[in-house]
Design a binder for this molecule. Structure first.
Ligand SMILES: *Cc1c(COP(=O)(O)O)cnc(C)c1O
Length: 383
């Protein structure tokens, strides 16, 4: 347990912080997994709370990370040159259009640091990823939250409503954050709708499209297209990706942004000099070189997601359509009890009260075994 704020003088120092930070609460990473793993060391904890990839990274990535340690006494390549060039080639852009991050979370925060500030508005959607609000507030900017699609929307319940987002953009707006697909809803918007949206955004407003789950949605979700294709048409558009999800390298912390070379050059000014470490650079580069491993994980996720959604729905739960490696499930009034009971039986799901969804849990798609244990635990609780 963390001590209460007054015990550690947090209020005193909070008053000394710059205004944006005063009202902030630290990112909530969910449960204390280290303590839970210790508690369930014998039965194995089923970790479905953080959208990690249960199949693990490419063996080539792990080999490369290990080999890189021979140079651990040196600083890593400050420019991440090899990885940057490989990503540029992959996406058909120039290496100067790639910005590497210690996870994409870092970059998402820095967009607000660079492009927003005390006089600026930042626009995001209701039920958008929590980091957008953090980034806006930390920069001292005002966050404008656009309404999401309603809960009973035909195809994208609680998904991003691009018209509502466009309507929130004003002369004060400097930055827009969108996630496609979105976490925690799992919803996505179609490429055509987004192209239309971009035509309505003035070119002095930076639009950040967070594609952390793009690999799961491509060639799968109806109408889904990566926003990368629109980059040549809109210099105010920037796309973030991560190695944490489909590439299963969450523990090494590598993400990146792709955008206009000028925009990336400005972002470079606030980047820490050696922000991506040596094993992370090596592992990410090697992971790009193992498309078969990536594809196997994606197709396993797809199959188990479909099976899990079918089963949950057959039990009467409401499940939001998902283009990702997780599902948002409505458990109604018993949500908190179900979450606690799952945890007591060693199954971690993510509570959603922080997103204003206290009657939902977000559940990562696990292996077939993980999902069977989840369902068995659910049946025992709620059956
Ligand atoms: C997991 C996730 C990220 C990735 O964070 P990293 O810092 O790259 O691990 C970014 N955006 C969303 C919406 C996510 O769910």
């Amino acid at each position: 347990m963390n001590p209460a704020p007054h015990d550690i003088g947090e209020e005193f120092f909070s008053a000394l912080a710059q205004p944006g930070v005063r009202g902030l609460r630290a990112y909530d990473p969910g449960h204390d997994l280290v303590a839970l793993r210790r508690r369930f060391s014998e039965t194995a904890l089923i970790e479905l709370g953080s959208n990690e990839n249960p199949y693990g990274p490419s063996p080539r990535a792990l080999d490369a990370a290990r080999a890189s340690l021979a140079d651990a006494h040196r600083y890593p390549d400050p420019l991440g040159g090899d990885l940057g060039r490989a990503l540029a080639a992959r996406h058909g852009v120039a290496p100067t259009q790639i910005l590497l991050g210690n996870g994409s979370h870092e970059l998402l925060m820095q967009f607000a640091q660079v492009f927003a500030g005390p006089d600026a508005d930042v626009v995001a959607s209701r039920y958008g990823f929590a980091v957008y609000a953090l980034g806006a507030q930390a920069a001292g900017a005002r966050l404008r939250v656009a309404d999401a699609h309603p809960r009973d929307h035909a195809s994208q319940p609680r998904g991003h409503d691009l018209d509502a987002i466009a309507a929130c953009i004003s002369d004060a707006t400097r930055l827009v954050y969108l996630a496609n697909p979105n976490n925690p809803t799992g919803t996505w918007f179609a490429g055509d709708a987004f192209a239309h949206f971009m035509q309505r955004v003035p070119d002095n407003v930076i639009v950040v499209v967070d594609e952390a789950y793009a690999e799961f949605a491509l060639d799968d979700a109806d109408g889904y297209r990566s926003t990368l294709a629109l980059l040549p048409r809109h210099r105010n558009l920037v796309v973030t990706r991560t190695f944490s999800k489909a590439h299963a390298l969450a523990g090494l912390r590598v993400g990146y942004a792709v955008g206009d070379a000028g925009l990336i050059a400005v972002m470079q000014r606030v980047r820490e000099s050696f922000n991506v470490n040596m094993p992370a650079l090596a592992a990410a580069l090697a992971a790009l070189d193992d498309p078969a491993h990536l594809a196997a994980g994606i197709s396993a996720n797809r199959a188990h997601r479909a099976a899990l959604i079918d089963t949950l729905r057959s039990r009467g739960w409401i499940v939001t359509p998902s283009a990702t490696n997780f599902v948002l499930v409505e458990f109604g009034e018993r949500t908190a009890m179900i979450e606690a009971s799952l945890l007591a039986s060693g199954v971690v799901a993510r509570p959603m009260a922080g997103y204003g969804l206290p009657d939902c849990l977000r559940i990562t798609i696990g292996t077939a075994d993980d999902n069977a244990r989840l369902l068995a635990a659910l049946d025992a609780i709620a059956g």
